[in-house]
Design a protein around this ligand. Structure first.
Ligand code: SF4
Length: 207
């Protein structure tokens, strides 16, 4: 944690957004897709549909036209239209501030709900995606083969007050050094310090 604080003293939220709703939309769109790609698409989307009501009125076909360059676009357009309808009719056009209600929305799983709770509402959460899972395994912080187990292990290891920040720092370290392409086993700053005897790449078990 000390090293990550030195590397990333003020980690920004990577997805461009203006409020809770646009963050929820951006996180949903980021499934199976890079944040960079999402950030290229969302300005055009938010210009015409920056609120649940506008998104609902825009409708699934027009949403799809805008988000088509992203992976799983058909499914995501359907989810965005569906969740906007629910937000308007059941939540007074607000994003609900609870895991339970968020996870009931179409296209919103535990990871997406965790990102929104953490980054929009400041509630401690540890969203574990494939990247966090990979780094936690390579750093010996979990033996879990699933993101569920990894989330449990990370939450046990680190104080709750650090979760939101640590999650972002691990993402940035992963992008810069500990990528999915492979591990060299010896070169990155953290592993050189924490595992000085390591000579071989670390094998990563995909979730
Ligand atoms: S050496 Fe680098 S790539 Fe390998 S596990 Fe350590 S931080 Fe990740």
């Amino acid at each position: 944690m000390q090293r990550l604080d030195e590397y990333y003293p003020d980690p920004p939220i990577p997805l461009v957004h203006q409020d809770e709703f646009t963050l929820l939309v951006a996180v949903l769109l980021s499934a199976q897709c890079t944040d960079k790609k999402v950030n290229e698409i969302t300005p055009a989307l938010f210009q015409v549909a920056g609120t649940p009501d506008q998104m609902r009125k825009l409708g699934e076909p027009a949403i799809l036209d805008i988000i088509r360059p992203l992976g799983l676009s058909k499914q995501k357009a359907k989810s965005l239209a569906g969740l906007s309808e629910i937000l308007v009719t059941q939540h007074d056009s607000q994003v609900p501030q609870s895991f339970e209600e968020l996870e009931k929305l179409p296209g919103v799983g535990h990871k997406t709900a965790s990102v929104v709770m953490s980054q929009a509402f400041g509630v401690p959460a540890f969203p574990v995606d494939t990247h966090i899972h990979r780094l936690a395994q390579r750093w010996g912080l979990t033996t879990g083969k699933s993101v569920v187990q990894t989330e449990r292990d990370l939450k046990k290891l680190f104080p709750e007050a650090t979760w939101n920040r640590l999650h972002l720092q691990i993402i940035f370290y992963g992008r810069e050094h500990c990528t999915a392409r492979g591990c060299n086993g010896t070169q990155c700053g953290l592993c050189k310090e924490l595992f000085p005897k390591r000579r071989k790449p670390v094998v990563w078990l995909k979730p």
